[in-house]
Ligand binder design. Structure first.
Ligand SMILES: Cc1cc2nc3c(=O)[nH]c(=O)nc-3n(C[C@H](O)[C@H](O)[C@H](O)COP(=O)(O)O)c2cc1C
Length: 253
């Protein structure tokens, strides 16, 4: 890759945004398959490729799936890709081959989860480079059992992310990031004091849309909006318990 090409790639990464509004226009199967296949070059645990993707285009099924994603705005995309951690295919191959497969446990779950998420991000990046818009729907995990039922996922297959994908009908909203020093640690983890932590989040708190967000939600600060409105205890705890219950017979052993 020459310098100009590299600069273009860096520009893409620096300017990309999630898209939640889409044109009423299909994604051609050939293009989608090209993206999904190219993404398969992603690294995976032991090259076992412990993921699957369920493509939803059908309007009725999309409506049912959207409900399980709380009818979020991005559900209006022409295609919803449910990316799943999948140890079913590999386990079956082992069993058919008279190999002693021990993958119904938490360690194996973390491998399949990692493979699926890395694949999802590869799909997202390649799709965006083709001019498509994408948005993750983390609600795939909130309603994993129900989504598994709708998409007929067998044992050892868990939805870990949904990617809403289509031709963008908006530019997307610019979002802020923590400063680099917040996330890097030289050689050993640096545990910051309270003042430093507040300083790291200052830019986020000062970002005008976030200040408005605090006012709109009638809260004292941004942390309260996150912890008490967006991702509150009364949602986290029951959804977590539901997930553990569902995974216990298979992956959580
Ligand atoms: C695991 C994961 C789950 C997400 N879930 C949702 C979601 O349910 N709904 C949504 O609108 N965006 C979702 N997003 C998108 C984030 O809100 C978005 O990436 C973040 O705000 C930064 O914005 P940007 O992607 O435009 O830079 C999710 C992203 C990730 C990585």
């Amino acid at each position: 890759m020459d310098k100009n090409e590299l600069q273009k790639v860096m520009e893409y990464f620096n300017s990309r945004r999630s898209i939640r509004k889409f044109e009423d226009r299909e994604i051609e199967s050939n293009l989608l398959n090209t993206i999904l296949e190219c993404a398969m070059k992603a690294p995976t645990c032991g090259n076992m490729q412990l993921y699957s993707v369920v493509i939803t285009r059908d309007a009725d099924r999309k409506a049912k799936l959207s409900e399980l994603h709380f009818n979020q705005p991005a559900c209006g995309a022409p295609v919803l890709l449910t990316i799943c951690a999948d140890f079913n295919r590999f386990t079956r191959w082992c069993e058919i081959s008279d190999a002693d497969a021990a993958y119904n446990n938490f360690l194996s779950f973390t491998s399949a989860f990692a493979d699926a998420i890395i694949y999802a991000q590869q799909v997202t990046t390649i799709a965006e480079l083709h001019g498509l818009g994408t948005c993750y729907l983390g609600t795939a995990i909130y309603n994993a059992p129900e989504i598994a039922g709708l998409l007929k996922l067998p044992q050892l297959v868990m939805p870990v992310a949904c990617i809403a994908i289509g031709w963008p009908a908006e530019e997307g909203v610019p979002t802020e990031r923590l400063p680099l020093r917040a996330v890097i640690h030289e050689e050993e983890y640096r545990v910051d004091g309270d003042e430093e932590i507040l300083e790291l989040f200052k830019e986020k708190e000062d970002y005008a849309p976030n200040r408005q967000y605090v006012i709109d939600n009638n809260k004292k600060n941004l942390a309260q909006v996150f912890a008490e409105v967006r991702y509150p205890r009364n949602l986290n705890e029951p959804f977590s318990a539901k997930l553990i219950d569902w995974l216990s017979p298979t992956f959580l052993r």
